[in-house]
Design a binder for this molecule. Sequence first.
Ligand SMILES: O=C(O)CCC(=O)C(=O)O
Length: 288
Amino acid sequence: MDRRRSPGVEPRPLQRLAEDNVETFFAEGYLTGLPVFDAQGVRKNLEGLAALQHSLGGRPLLEATYCQERCQPYQFEIASHPVVLDYVEDILGPNFFLWCSHVVSKEPHEKRPFTWHQDVAVAPIAVHQGHALHADLPVSVTVWIALDDADAGNGGLQVIPRSHRQGIIPHIDVVTHYAEDAAPGIPLELIDEKRAITLSLKAGEACMFHDRLFHGSGPNRSARRRAAMVLHYSRTEAQVDAKIWPNMKVRCVRGTDRFHFQPTWQDFERGPIDVFASDGADVPGVTT
Ligand SMILES: O=C(O)CCC(=O)C(=O)O
């Protein structure tokens, strides 16, 4: 008998980042092509996505699922997948929480792009006063998991390599060629499109990036849907600005939270959860 295994307990597959992957993350601001789900996992994710969309009235899931991991086991299951957490641990260290997950599903021919932005500039989350971080380290990392195959044809994620070294850029309301609505973004004159690359990912693969990396995505010009699960994790020294996001609760998904700067949740709640509004307004895209 293999004495390292308890009877009935499957060993957890570890897919740690190699040292040179970690170096690449800090040099380029991102890593891509990370395997997470096998074919069976991909199928299960798509079934979960269809059920989630059905439960939300069948509407396109561009905004409706922000932070709904507190009430949607499907979202939480993906966000707490051990392989994902292993990757995150290799960048953030042993203690971190999940503060937001959401599905970005670009339906065929969806015109709306995601404006170029830095997650650190659009999310009011920072290291608590009294704690300091080395300037190269992110407060948060984002993991973007392809639920469908994603590429330049269907509005795959775009990044500007090494842009995370440009500091935090004040964001403005940006109107794009494709959408009339303005969304917070990096002023277009600061975007060097020639340096942008599109990350092509197969369903079940992920990319992860630094919270200062410039990223966004164009319209879906194809007949193929492009759905992704976007996950945001922060080291436990971080705190959300409660004046801006008063209902934000996080879940420590790896290690321990010694600080408790942020309210946490344990059991699934009845949803949808309204995390952003301070004035009782609805979660964008979600009706209560
Ligand atoms: O999935 C996309 O197209 C972009 C998502 C994104 O940038 C974000 O959620 O911060």
